[in-house]
Design a protein around this ligand. Structure first.
Ligand SMILES: Nc1ncnc2c1ncn2[C@@H]1O[C@H](COP(=O)(O)OP(=O)(O)O)[C@@H](O)[C@H]1O
Ligand SMILES: [Mg+2]
Length: 390
C-alpha cells in the first residue's frame, strides 16, 4: 500500500531527514512540506487531506513544544481521523503523554534513526485508513492573482464571488491589492471601514462585529479591502491575515480574494497558502504567458503543487492571430493545462462602467455568462444547490 506524508517543521534539517528517510520506504511520497508550525496549520492540512485523504502528518514539536502541542490539538480537532506522528528531541514520558493527549498516534525521537522511522511508517501503514474523501467543514478559499496588470484578475474575482452569492453561499470577498483597490469600484461600493479596522479589532472579532462594519453587496457577499487613499497604507500584516483567515474559513462557506499581481508579497503568500485553489489569471499576450511561467516556477519552489494552482485564460479567443499565443502554445510553454478559458466580451467593460458584476445581467451576454458559470462549477465542485437568482 502507498504511504503519503505531510511534514510540518520549522527545522530544515528535520524536513530533510524525513525526505531522505522516505526514500527508503517503498511506495511512499511526501505530499506537502510546511516550513513552520503555525496557528493556521490546520487549514493547510485540511486543504491537503481533502485532496489526499489517506495522508499522515509528521509534526515537529521541538521549536516550541507547548505552543506546537496546541497547534496539533487544533489540527486533530479539525481532522479527527488524521494519523499524526509527533516528534521531538527527547522522548520524556511527560511529553509523549502530552502529545498523545493532544491527538498524536505515534511519536519519533530526533535525530531520526532510519529503523525508528521505518517502524513508524509500518505502524502507520497498519493503522485503519479513512479513505473516503473527507469533506472539510471549513470554508473554501479562492485566490485570484494576475500575471500582469489588466488581465482581468479583479473582474474574475468579483464575478466569482457574485455567482457564489447568487447560489446562496455565505461568501466574503477580500481585496488585497493595496494600490488598485478595484473591487469596490467594480461593485459600486463605498465602504466606510477597511482591512485596517479589521486588523485593529482582530482580538475581539466575531461574526456580528465583522458583518456590522464591513460592506455587504446587494448580492449578499461581504467585502473588505484596503483604504482608498494611497498615502494611508496602514498596517495589515501577514500574521494578522492568519488570524483573520482562520476566522473567515470557520464562519463562511467561501472566501474569494483579489490578490492583485504581487505574487511574492508576504500577505499574498499567506493568502495563497491557505487557498483551496490559486487561480493564475493570464491572457494570450506573450508578456502574460512569460510571467505565468515565472509565477508558476516560483510557486512550485514555494511548495505549491499543480492541483492547487490553476491557469485561467481570460479574454480567450480561439481564432486569435499570430500576435497572441494559442492555447497549445500556452500549455506547452507552461507545461500545464489551462483550467478554463473565459471569452472576450464587450459586456465586461459595460458592466464595470455600470459598477455591477456582469453576472448580474445574465441576458446581456449569454455566452459570457454561461462560460463563466461553467468555470465556477468546475472550480468549486460548487453544486448548483439552489436555483440561481440573478
Ligand atoms: N473577458 C473579458 N473581455 C473583455 N474585456 C475584459 C475581460 N476581462 C477583463 N476585461 C477588461 O480588462 C480590463 C482590466 O480588468 P481588471 O479586472 O481591472 O484587471 P486586473 O485586475 O488584472 O488589473 C477591464 O477594463 C475589463 O473591462
Ligand atoms: Mg485588479
Amino acid at each position: 500500500m502507498a504511504i503519503s506524508i505531510l511534514v510540518a517543521s520549522s527545522d530544515e534539517h528535520f524536513r530533510e531527514s524525513v525526505r531522505e528517510n522516505l526514500l527508503n520506504v517503498p511506495n511512499s511520497r511526501l505530499v506537502a512540506e510546511y516550513p513552520e508550525v503555525a496557528s493556521n496549520l490546520y487549514i493547510r492540512v485540511l486543504q491537503d487531506i481533502e485532496r489526499n485523504p489517506d495522508c499522515g502528518l509528521i509534526l515537529d514539536l521541538a521549536s516550541d513544544p507547548t505552543e506546537n502541542l496546541r497547534i496539533m490539538e487544533k489540527v486533530k480537532q479539525a481532522a479527527p481521523h488524521l494519523y499524526i506522528i509527533a516528534s521531538n528531541y527527547s522522548a520524556e514520558g511527560e511529553l509523549v503523554i502530552d502529545s498523545l493527549r493532544a491527538g498524536a498516534n505515534d511519536f519519533i525521537t530526533q535525530p531520526v534513526r532510519r529503523l525508528d522511522f521505518r517502524d513508524a511508517m509500518a505502524r502507520f501503514e497498519r493503522a485503519p485508513k479513512h479513505t473516503t474523501a473527507m469533506q472539510s467543514r471549513l470554508g473554501k478559499v479562492y485566490t485570484f492573482i494576475g500575471t500582469k496588470g489588466g488581465v482581468g484578475t479583479t473582474t474574475l474575482a468579483v464575478n466569482f464571488a457574485s455567482v457564489l452569492a447568487q447560489r446562496k453561499h455565505n461568501a466574503v470577498m477580500l481585496d488585497l491589492d493595496w494600490v488598485a483597490n478595484d473591487v469596490c469600484m467594480q461593485i459600486g461600493a463605498q465602504p466606510q471601514y477597511t482591512l485596517l479596522e479589521v486588523g485593529e479589532n482582530l482580538g475581539r472579532l466575531d461574526q456580528q462585529l465583522f458583518e456590522g462594519f464591513v460592506t455587504r453587496d446587494p448580492l449578499g457577499f461581504f467585502v473588505v479591502g484596503p483604504p482608498d487613499s494611497l498615502e494611508n497604507h496602514g498596517y495589515f500584516t501577514e500574521p494578522m491575515f492568519r488570524d483573520f483567515g482562520n476566522f473567515l474559513v470557520e464562519k463562511y462557506d467561501s472566501v474569494v480574494i483579489d490578490a492583485g499581481r504581487r505574487v511574492s508579497d508576504e500577505l499574498v503568500m499567506g493568502a495563497m497558502q491557505v487557498s483551496t485553489t490559486v487561480f493564475l489569471v493570464l491572457t494570450q499576450e506573450f508578456g502574460a504567458v512569460r510571467n505565468a511561467q515565472r509565477y508558476l516556477a516560483y510557486l512550485m519552489r514555494m511548495g505549491f503543487n499543480q492541483d492547487q494552482v490553476k491557469l485561467v485564460l481570460n479574454r480567450y479567443d480561439k481564432n486569435a492571430g499570430s500576435d497572441l499565443a494559442s492555447l497549445d502554445q500556452i500549455q506547452q510553454t507552461l507545461n500545464q493545462k489551462v483550467f478554463y478559458g473565459i471569452p472576450r466580451s464587450p459586456e465586461v467593460l459595460r458592466a464595470i462602467n455600470r459598477a455591477r458584476p456582469f453576472v448580474v445581467n445574465r441576458e446581456a451576454a449569454p455566452d459570457l455568462d454561461k462560460a463563466f458559470r461553467a468555470f465556477v462549477d468546475k472550480a468549486g465542485g460548487v453544486k448548483k444547490q439552489l436555483a440561481e437568482s440573478a
